[in-house]
Design a protein. Structure first.
Length: 426
């Protein structure tokens, strides 16, 4: 094949989807193209966008032979907006593709997969995000006529939106109000508006980035005027789960799909097995949502959290829910805290819920040498999960007892897995 150029169009047959929502295609033996907006098995015409090393990135220009799983994306901003990658795929097939992506990641790392992998989808895979980051999109007059939106697909250039089908209606119905606050109180430095739904949908927690770029007075004035039915907050708000109430701040990590979180944490509890009277170490514990729930039956729950502000909120949540006698916080990086805690392999249980980068190599090394007999690993990235399982399973002391996928982010490529590891006998 002659040398390829950006803007050129090719006809390709799409192979498997990889993490990121891109399908792999090989127009010839020497060329790899990653296609945005395709479905495995389709024949499409693509337009080449850019190249990284020897790999071309492209988007679908037209569909020649469509997959039976292709549907019309309901959002008018697809494919320009980069927030969703899978709206063109029927939802049940999205779940099957995510299962295939996880299996492929394990295979690449030589990790033996369990015979079955359950996938927990959502009955209503829309309007699920209780938290979002909206980019400020300057208008012709800068911030004074700015809109709010998201980065375009595979780009840092934002696009303004009037609605977003994966965000909670409390957020999207308030976009006119939020835009008004930005336009009246924002400076030219304002880049992002961070929004969290609280108080069962009756309150919005707002945080500007950078904070100094949005006047608190603009938020206060909007609250005093009472525009709409939404209360506004700037410091913290409350979220409720299973009869417990939790205070959260804009900076504290929470599961953004608060509804599907129930399925996620139910999977974690299944992985723990009978934890009555045992010590549970909740690594990367966040604000203690799961810890408070576990405290009812566990002997103690030790939360390891490196963020001082998040740990402070976790301690408060334990007190608010009468669990302070069982929930304690260790303010330390996980890789430093675990060896110091002196884990009892037979009587302690460990939950790992690291960020997308996965576990620090010191964590997996310690687990391989001195970890407890049962570990439940919650992962939001199949590649880093498989990398860590290579150390712990493929060449380490554990086997996979259960692996479940919980779809926390429908319409997107993100995959959440809950893997239960148990020590091999002998």
């Amino acid at each position: 094949m002659t040398a390829l150029r950006a803007g050129e169009r090719l006809r390709v047959v799409c192979g498997q989807m990889v993490h990121g929502g891109l399908c792999v295609a090989h127009p010839d033996d020497a060329t790899t193209v990653l296609v945005d907006g395709a479905i495995p098995g389709e024949t499409v015409e693509v337009e080449l966008r850019f190249r990284k090393s020897k790999t071309w990135f492209a988007s679908v220009a037209s569909v020649i032979d469509a997959s039976p799983h292709r549907v019309a994306a309901p959002c008018p901003y697809v494919p320009d907006c980069g927030g969703c990658q899978l709206q063109h795929v029927e939802y049940s097939h999205q779940l099957e593709m995510k299962r295939a992506i996880v299996l492929d990641a394990l295979q690449h790392q030589g990790v033996p997969a369990p015979q079955s992998i359950d996938v927990a989808g959502m009955d209503e895979p829309w309007r699920y995000r209780w938290r979002g980051e909206f980019h400020v999109v300057p208008g012709g007059q800068g911030v004074s006529d700015a809109g709010l939106g998201f980065n375009r697909a595979r780009s840092w250039r934002p696009i303004a939106v009037d609605d977003c089908l994966i965000h909670h209606r409390a957020i999207t119905d308030s976009l006119p109000l939020l835009g008004s606050i930005v336009r009246t109180g924002g400076t030219a430095d304002l880049r992002v508006l961070h929004v969290t739904v609280g108080d069962t949908g009756g309150e919005l927690l707002i945080r500007a980035k950078p904070r100094r770029a949005l006047s608190d007075a603009a938020i206060d004035d909007a609250a005093v005027r009472g525009e709409g039915e939404m209360r506004l907050a700037t410091d913290s708000t409350s979220l409720t789960w299973r009869g417990h109430s939790y205070r959260v701040t804009p900076d504290a990590f929470i599961q953004v799909n608060w509804q599907q979180m129930d399925a996620l944490y139910a999977s974690v509890v299944r992985g723990l097995g009978d934890y009555s009277g045992k010590r549970i170490i909740d690594a990367y514990a966040g604000v203690g949502v799961l810890a408070v729930e576990l405290a009812a039956r566990a002997q103690t729950v030790v939360c390891v959290e490196s963020s001082r502000a998040t740990a402070r909120m976790g301690v408060l949540n334990a007190r608010l829910n009468d669990a302070a006698d069982k929930v304690t916080y260790v303010l330390e990086p996980v890789e430093e805290a675990l060896p110091r805690l002196g884990v009892d392999p037979e009587h302690d249980l460990l939950i790992l819920d690291p960020p997308r980068a996965g576990c620090d190599s010191r964590v997996t090394a310690w687990l391989a040498l001195a970890g407890p007999d049962r570990v439940v690993y919650v992962s939001c990235d199949p590649a880093t999960l498989a990398r860590d399982l290579h150390v712990l399973v493929a060449s380490g002391p554990y086997r996979i007892a259960r692996l479940e996928i919980v779809d926390m982010f429908p319409q997107t490529y993100h995959v959440e897995c809950v893997t239960t590891l148990v020590a091999r006998e002998g």
